[in-house]
Design a protein around this ligand. Structure first.
Ligand code: 4AD
Ligand code: MG
Length: 463
């Protein structure tokens, strides 16, 4: 097969005098006067390449019969375009049809489709402007994230997906089993006997790579993970997935203040990178989805984040002239409506809330001297709420052991985690960024199901 040039490259070229080839899927086709126009898209960028076939051409009738959605290759001359909004267009000399798309049944005809409908055809929705743009922005964000950490000497470590421990202690784990489901073996108490299972004990999909990242950080100093995580939370919200990607840096010799600084520099870097590399796609979201996308990006880059203790946040929420659905009381967790008020209305930019009551946070967070709060921090952002959750970790063996017990967890299951506090323990800290929530924040997309190609939520696992 002759090699085609990506449309992204063709569109920025000064027209060469030679034949070029483009491949892609027909977005639309129309006939006007003596010409047939084809809008061709190959996903390399948001824009289409305009292909022209004059009526006098021997391939005119073939071109005029092409259907939206079909896959073609076009060879021809790239010429300067007289039309507004594009530099070049392709004068077709030869068209190859790889695969037709029946106009009676192909669902992506020209009209606008709702995101709800597009979710039911997740195998075809990457061919729309929105989902193509999401895929490219995810790609740029991922590159930015790696580049940020690599430039700072972090080591990318790979933590397991199958695990026996519940990092967050919140009981939202998916069980992984090989036991015969028709005939589950039982122990003396009548419970399922996981000793007979594949690993000889009960296993799960990981909710976070943090505990293993801590192992690596207490040897390599600065590490990060970037992988899928799984949570069986039955919450059908626009911000929760059962499978989502998480980035978790973990840093030895670092305290909570250093952790907050890292989170802020990290987000600023990612936004700057995407603005530089993929402005066209961001502008698309600005025009079509949310008119504050570019302002949000600039705001993140240019302004320092607000920082506020949990205690102060509770005071602000109480002072707010607003009725919340959930009550506001010191000791209660912040609900999404509270988080959004703080970021969206009060601060109008990202805000880092720190020093939360120990009762509402995970066992591994470092107990503050007041013995009531832990050195935790959440980065809250407008529209999305919690984007990042992190903390300084409890590095003192005795305190950690007591916290594990107080949380109703079995210390023997965390023997290796406790060992890190027996041998060369060190202050360390880290955080987790929900990748899909970052994409939501950046693009203004309202539902998390529409920023990941194949969303996993309750009752949703086609594709
Ligand atoms: O706040 P979380 O639960 O923190 C942790 O998992 C820590 N182990 C992270 C760490 O310190 N290394 O989750 C971190 C982030 C949240 O702030 C949120 O952005 C995202 O992960 N997140 C989800 N994203 C989509 N769907 C879900 N169900 C999510 N649950 C958490
Ligand atoms: Mg959290």
């Amino acid at each position: 097969m002759p090699t085609a040039t990506p449309i992204r490259e063709l569109l920025t070229q000064t027209p060469p005098e030679t034949l070029v080839m483009a491949q892609g899927w027909v977005r639309t086709r129309r006939e006007l006067k003596d010409l047939c126009f084809i809008e061709l898209n190959d996903g390399s960028c948001l824009a289409n390449l305009q292909v022209l076939v004059p009526k006098t051409s021997p391939i005119y009738s073939m071109a005029a019969g092409l259907h939206t959605g079909s896959a073609i290759a076009v060879q021809g001359l790239l010429v300067a375009s007289p039309a507004k909004g594009q530099r070049v267009e392709l004068q077709a000399e030869n068209i190859t049809l790889y695969g037709d798309a029946d106009p009676e049944t192909y669902p992506l005809q020209k009209k606008r489709h709702s995101f709800e409908f597009l979710r039911t055809i997740a195998h075809l929705r990457p061919r729309t402007n929105t989902f193509g743009a999401i895929a490219r922005i995810r790609n740029h964000c991922a590159m930015a994230i790696h580049q940020f950490f690599q430039e700072r000497g972090f080591v990318w470590v790979h933590t397991p997906i199958l695990t026996a421990s519940d990092c967050e202690g919140a009981g939202e784990l998916f069980t992984v089993t090989n036991l015969p489901l028709q005939q589950l073996p039982r122990n003396e108490q009548g419970d399922v006997d996981f000793r007979q299972d594949f690993f000889g004990r009960r296993a799960y999909l990981t909710v976070s790579g943090q505990l293993e990242a801590e192992i690596m950080a207490t040897a390599l100093t600065k590490v990060y993970t970037f992988g899928p995580t799984f949570r069986a939370e039955n919450s059908n919200t626009s911000r929760h997935l059962a499978e989502f990607w998480m980035i978790e840096p973990e840093v030895a010799f670092c305290d909570l203040a250093g952790d907050m600084d890292l989170a802020e520099a990290f987000l600023q870097y990612v936004f700057r990178y995407v603005l530089e590399k993929d402005l066209a796609d961001l502008e698309f979201f600005q025009q079509r989805i949310d008119g504050t996308v570019l302002e949000t990006a600039r705001n993140v880059i240019e302004q320092p984040f607000e920082r506020m203790s949990y205690t102060e946040a509770i005071e602000q929420l109480k002072k707010a002239n607003k009725t919340f659905e959930y009550s506001v009381e010191w000791g209660l967790d912040l609900q999404s409506e509270h988080e959004r008020y703080l970021a969206e209305e009060l601060c109008k930019k990202p805000v880092i809330i720190y020093d939360y009551p120990k009762e509402i946070k995970a066992f591994y967070m470092r107990l503050n001297d007041d013995e009531k709060t832990v050195a935790a921090m959440d980065v809250l952002v407008p529209r999305v709420g919690e984007l990042i959750g992190g903390s300084q970790r409890e590095e003192r063996y005795d305190v950690l052991r007591k916290r594990i017990e107080a949380n109703g967890l079995d210390p023997s299951a965390y023997w290796w985690y406790l060992d890190l506090r027996r041998y060369g323990t060190v202050p360390h800290a880290g955080f987790g960024l929900g990748f899909e929530r970052l994409i939501q924040f950046m693009t203004g997309m309202g539902n998390i199901r529409d920023v990941i190609p194949f969303p996993r939520t309750p009752d949703e696992i086609d594709f």
